[in-house]
Design a protein around this ligand. Structure first.
Ligand code: NAP
Length: 422
């Protein structure tokens, strides 16, 4: 029985009357769900427990409480109450920030979760589709011992991480689920989800730099880059260890692109050595690319919208800094390498590009970190100008492989990941 009113007292009064009405006539298989909805907030654990008792007292066989997440941390209170509840309970937290309450229901002992038949036809905010519950999150395989991994970001809904990592976990029989985590404050999130159940995270915009500060230990390369895109909770002591897999993902893809150009798969040393390597952007991805290019012996140049940030990163890397306007006429030599690490050209702004087509003729290889769409305007124009292009999708696959290996200590199923993204 769904009473859907906003005012709990009214919901419970109606339920009470209904129970009286059917008293003595209730068939054995009949189960009564009495629900309460809060469309504003998620109350404290004590208040939620009190509500469970009140609903139970009305005569419910199954208690259902739906609240609203103002922050993803709110969901921990619902999990706490479900875990300790003595009667069957459906505990859901509505909204995008509450999504994990729906995905992890069976891990924390929830009676059921809801899915919509089609996206756009949700009966409550934040509901996933049944198809995603079954085929992306493998909800039937989730149990008490299932470890939780996830992508921390804001926004995070567009991430292909859950499709990739869940399929990869399943393919090797690793008992884990990978979920989207819309996080406003990284430190609060990590403190609230400090239990060993939450075993590791990918980090994306805007949290990669904050992640560096929040980890207990940081891998020296991630420290030198100044950005963490992977956090692993060490099983022995629960400490958070930060890594950066963006760097290897992007640089190895660009090196392979250059080797393909020269037909030199077996050559010794990096094909980046001695090349001018222009990085557009000075954020998390820009730092990873600049660090990687420098480590491979390239002459690094940083161009950024905010020139101060370009200068800051250039100073750190012993590189040259440019404004975006200066980049248009920057051609000290032919055959340079260009890497866009800004979000320019990303969906929905697919017609935008960080540099004019005319300026692209000086480059032999152009890389774009943006991977939605797979072929950006920058890559299309670079191709038309005769450059070799490397898609952000290649970086994405390789950084995800690095994360999978850190999460599981198993080799990543590369072919599966490539097939999924093909
Ligand atoms: P970030 O730390 O927020 O940095 C964003 C950078 O883009 C900054 O340098 C910023 O310049 C610049 N920027 C943003 N909007 C701009 C605009 N309209 N015009 C000019 N410059 C602009 O982000 P991030 O983590 O480095 O990610 C950047 C991009 O790389 C995103 O599109 C992300 O999806 C992509 N990425 C892809 C992969 C992959 O696996 N393929 C991995 C990581 C990131 P200011 O300094 O002036 O603000």
């Amino acid at each position: 029985m769904e009473l859907g009113a906003e005012y709990v007292d009214i919901e419970l009064k109606v339920a009470e009357n209904f129970v009286k009405l059917i008293s003595g006539k209730k068939p054995e298989s009949f189960k009564l769900i009495v629900s309460s909805h809060n469309y504003q907030t998620t109350p404290s654990s004590e208040e939620l427990s009190g509500l469970v008792a009140t609903i139970q007292a009305v005569g419910a066989d199954i208690v259902k409480i739906a609240t609203t997440a103002v922050d993803i941390v709110d969901v921990t209170r619902m999990f706490q109450v479900i875990v300790h509840c003595q009667v069957p309970m459906i505990g859901l937290v509505m909204g995008e920030r509450g999504l994990i309450s729906r995905l992890l229901c069976s891990k924390f002992g929830g009676y059921l979760t809801f899915g919509t038949l089609d996206s756009g036809k949700e009966s409550a905010p934040g509901q996933p589709t049944i198809s995603d519950l079954l085929n992306v999150y493998n909800i039937r395989q989730i149990g008490e011992d299932t470890k939780v991994y996830g992508i921390i970001g804001k926004p995070v809904g567009h991430s292909k991480g859950p499709i990739l990592h869940n399929a990869a976990f399943k393919s090797v029989g690793f008992n884990a689920v990978y979920v989207p985590l819309l996080v406003d404050d990284l430190e609060n999130f990590l403190n609230a989800y400090s239990s060993p159940d939450f075993a590791g995270f990918s980090c994306t915009i805007p949290h990669k730099e904050a992640a560096l500060r929040c980890c207990d230990e940081v891998d020296p390369i991630a420290k030198a880059i100044g950005a963490v895109n992977t956090i692993v909770k060490r099983a022995s002591d629960g400490k958070l260890i930060g890594y950066n897999t963006d760097y290897v993902g992007a640089i190895s893809a660009i090196e392979d692109g250059l080797r393909g150009l020269r037909g030199g798969k077996d050559e010794i040393g990096s094909p980046l050595a001695g090349k001018i390597f222009v990085v557009i952007g000075a954020g998390g991805a820009g730092k990873a690319l600049a660090y990687g290019a420098k480590a491979k012996g390239a002459k690094v140049v940083i161009a950024n919208r905010t020139f101060e940030r370009a200068k800051e990163l250039a100073n750190l890397m012993g590189a040259q800094a440019l404004t975006l306007a200066e980049l248009e006429n920057f051609h000290p030599e032919n055959g340079m390498i260009l890497a866009n690490t800004t979000s320019i050209g990303m969906q929905p702004n697919v017609n935008q590009t960080p540099v004019s087509k005319q300026a692209l003729r000086w480059y032999s290889l152009v890389f774009d970190a943006v991977y939605t769409p797979k072929v950006t305007t920058l890559l299309r124009e670079a191709q038309e100008s005769g450059a070799t292009v490397v898609s952000g999708l290649e970086m994405f696959i390789r950084q995800a492989m690095g994360q999978f290996e850190l999460f599981t200590n198993l080799p990543a199923p590369e072919k599966l990941l490539r097939d999924i993204l093909a």
